[in-house]
Write a protein that binds this ligand. Structure first.
Ligand code: IMP
Ligand code: MG
Length: 180
């Protein structure tokens, strides 16, 4: 697996610094509330598990499993819900937790989908942001790290379901894609 990595783009320490900051921002903004964190499977799992431990408030966790149609490096914004939330979110303070926002299509779709269920508030939190690739403007309340237009893996992010367990966020060697 290490042979496939070209370089580390964001190291584990820088990730943890960003996660702690996001946890502090959420703690500050949700005083007196109990945020309902919705992690988008599978990519956001690693981030979410660190993020909740950086939030000093009572929180509830839930998950939504989705798959977006398209090739493994390019989403189309057509999202299929494979597994929905475990409960009704009406009146809740919901925060959608994503690993990365690229074109914005997936998050825009999810926001619309959850908005109609009438949460009291609906915020978005992403570890990584690739603003240069945006196709749809979507408001991001909490952003960890802005990255350039590169496909990345690690810390939950995958290429063909691999590399999610890398502790750093990395760029793969070109030959990995060439062999696909
Ligand atoms: P969007 O709809 O283009 O914003 O893409 C969002 C989803 O595509 C993310 O939740 C990821 O699952 C996937 N994705 C986008 N960019 C990357 C990347 O650089 N590495 C791994 N997955 C990515
Ligand atoms: Mg993915």
């Amino acid at each position: 697996m290490m042979d496939d990595i070209d370089r580390v783009l964001v190291g584990a320490e820088e990730i943890q610094t960003a996660v702690r900051r996001l946890g502090q921002e959420i703690t500050r903004d949700y005083q007196g509330k109990e945020p309902y964190l919705v992690g988008i499977l599978k990519g956001a799992v690693v981030f979410l598990s660190d993020l909740v431990r950086a939030i000093e408030l009572p929180v509830a966790l839930d998950f939504m499993a989705i798959s977006s149609y398209g090739t493994s490096r390019q989403s189309t914004g057509i999202v299929k819900i494979n597994s929905d939330l475990g409960q009704n979110i009406q009146g809740m303070d919901v925060i959608i937790v994503e690993d990365i926002v690229d074109t914005g299509l997936t998050l825009a779709y999810l926001k619309d989908l959850l908005h109609v269920r009438e949460p009291r508030s609906l915020a978005t939190c992403t570890l990584l942001n690739k603003p240069s690739r945006r196709k749809l403007e979507v408001h991001l309340d909490y952003v960890g790290i802005e990255i350039p237009n590169e496909f990345v893996v690690g810390y939950g992010l995958d290429y063909g379901e691999k590399y999610r367990n890398l502790p750093d966020i990395c760029v793969l060697r070109e030959r990995v894609y060439a062999n696909a």
